[in-house]
Design a protein around this ligand. Structure first.
Ligand code: ADP
Ligand code: MG
Length: 467
């Protein structure tokens, strides 16, 4: 058995796959080893992958590991070459539509991919889910790998792996994307009945159902789901009747081993005005958080979004955006959209200078400049269900002093006030009290990564306060 040249490493490749399969988690293997052996060259194996994005991710994550395994098995240094080959949709429905490049579209149909674990049932797009919110379009970095792997495991085993699952994280960090990726996969590949709804629309529908005496219909709809996705449950605060209804929906689905997934913009423990029994249901299964992406992950996300849109901009521009926008992915995308619009309208190349000029406003976040200490105090007070007077006042109970220190810390970061001036704003304290407060928060930040998320969330609320 010979390949095109005089070399044939297909046996080593097969064995390497077997070995890697036993070393990696099932989800990881199923997700990333969707490769096909093509041929052997003098000192390398050529395998095909479904898109350039996929290739880049695999190179980054597994190239070394694969090559080391090939070396262990064969005693020779065998490299690996990835070739992008778009498979026809019927044959590989999980392939990303937007990854189909025109230059690849004529490629020959191939046999079944190596690592397919689920027999796909081709289906139309789900009416409530975004078609592009898939796992293949989700870049995994350190900030989200736990959440993403849990989501993949759930999508492969809804109702059984982790139930319920609560994904929490700040604005624009990918909660909705990840939740809908689970929905898309179980809808398309398992044929599950998937319902996606925001907590706000769930509330509105429930109120309507009461008004029109159709609550039975409402109950039937939600209690017959295989996978129920409820987005942004922080909206349920103070909505007592809806909470009650959701509690019963939850129990019905949970008892029937149906998958339930929630997202929230903060840890459940920070939700106010939520019934205890519903809170305990939210926390019964697996809770995962999404943190802001690192610089490298931000670059990878930008590259992938560019590839999807079929646009290329210089790497130095990508680096510039990644360096300046660190808080969330939605803002990263918005910057990219702005540059693409500039390019399409003016037909001029997007140079570093152009990018700097066009994105000046987003980089500087000028809306933060005119923030008053009063606004910060009011937003922090509201966030922690305290009064404005509490934050400025003298009380030193823990429930008040932590939010007060947080307000000082944020004020120090985003206003031009000196610690002396801030002391005056915080009920006539002296500057050392402010410094001490900020120091306390810095210490806690080192120990509790989720605190950064809370701070970012509050900063977002401050931004929105005046607009
Ligand atoms: P959230 O629901 O947490 O506010 P979204 O899920 O709406 O955030 O994400 C905001 C945008 O950022 C979406 O367009 C989403 O596709 C994108 N996004 C977020 N995280 C990632 C990621 N890891 N890889 C690719 N795109 C991402
Ligand atoms: Mg969302």
């Amino acid at each position: 058995m010979r390949a095109m040249g005089n070399w044939d490493y297909s046996i080593f490749w097969k064995e390497a796959l077997n070995q890697l399969k036993s070393e990696l988690t099932e989800q990881e293997f199923a997700m990333w080893f969707n490769m096909e052996y093509e041929t052997s060259l003098e000192s390398s194996v050529v395998v095909s992958v479904p898109s350039a994005f996929y290739r880049d991710q695999v190179v980054q994550r597994y190239q070394n590991q694969i090559e080391n395994t090939l070396y262990d098995l064969s005693g020779h240094k065998i490299g690996i070459v990835f070739e992008v080959k778009t498979r026809k949709r019927e044959e590989h429905p999980a392939a990303r539509e937007s990854g189909d490049h025109p230059e690849n579209s004529g490629s020959a149909a191939r046999s079944a991919p190596v690592a397919r674990v689920i027999q796909p049932v081709p289906r139309e797009n789900h009416p409530q889910l975004r078609n592009d919110y898939t796992f293949e379009n989700f870049v995994i970095g350190e900030n989200n790998s736990f959440a993403a792997n849990a989501a993949i495991a759930i999508a492969k085993n809804p109702g059984l792996a982790y139930n319920p699952c609560l994904i929490y994280g700040g604005v624009g960090l990918g909660k909705t994307h990840l939740m809908q990726a689970i929905g898309n996969l179980s809808w398309k590949e398992r044929g599950n009945k998937v319902i996606y709804i925001t907590a706000e629309n769930f509330t509105n529908e429930f109120v309507d159902a009461i008004k029109t005496s159709t609550t039975q219909k409402f109950k039937n709809k939600y209690r017959t789901a295989d996978v129920l996705l409820i987005d942004d449950i922080h909206f349920l605060q103070k909505k007592n009747e809806t909470q009650e209804e959701l509690f019963h929906t939850f129990n019905a689905l949970y008892d029937a081993s149906k998958q339930i997934i929630f997202t929230c913009d903060r840890p459940v423990s920070e939700l106010k005005n939520l019934s205890e029994r519903l809170r305990s249901r939210f926390e019964r299964g697996l809770t995962v958080d999404l943190l802001p992406p690192s610089y490298e992950t931000r670059c990878a996300i930008l590259s992938m979004k560019l590839e999807q849109r079929g646009v290329s901009i210089p790497q130095e521009v990508i680096n510039l955006i990644a360096k300046n926008i660190s808080s969330n992915v939605r803002d990263l995308e918005a910057s990219l959209t702005k540059l693409i619009a500039y390019f399409e309208l003016t037909k001029k190349p997007v140079t570093l200078e152009v990018a700097q000029q066009q994105l000046r406003d987003s980089f500087g976040s000028p809306r933060q400049k005119n923030v008053t200490v009063e606004t910060i105090q009011k937003v922090v007070a509201e966030y922690f269900s305290l009064s404005y007077a509490d934050i400025r006042g003298k009380k030193r109970t823990k429930a008040i002093s932590f939010p007060r220190q947080l307000a000082m810390f944020i004020a120090r970061e985003i206003t031009e006030y000196s610690t002396t001036e801030l002391g005056i704003e915080f009920g006539g304290r002296d500057h050392s009290t402010v410094m001490h407060g900020c120091q306390k928060i810095e210490e806690r930040l080192k120990a509790e990564p989720t605190l950064e998320m809370t701070i970012n969330k509050i900063k977002e609320l401050i931004k929105d306060y005046n607009s």
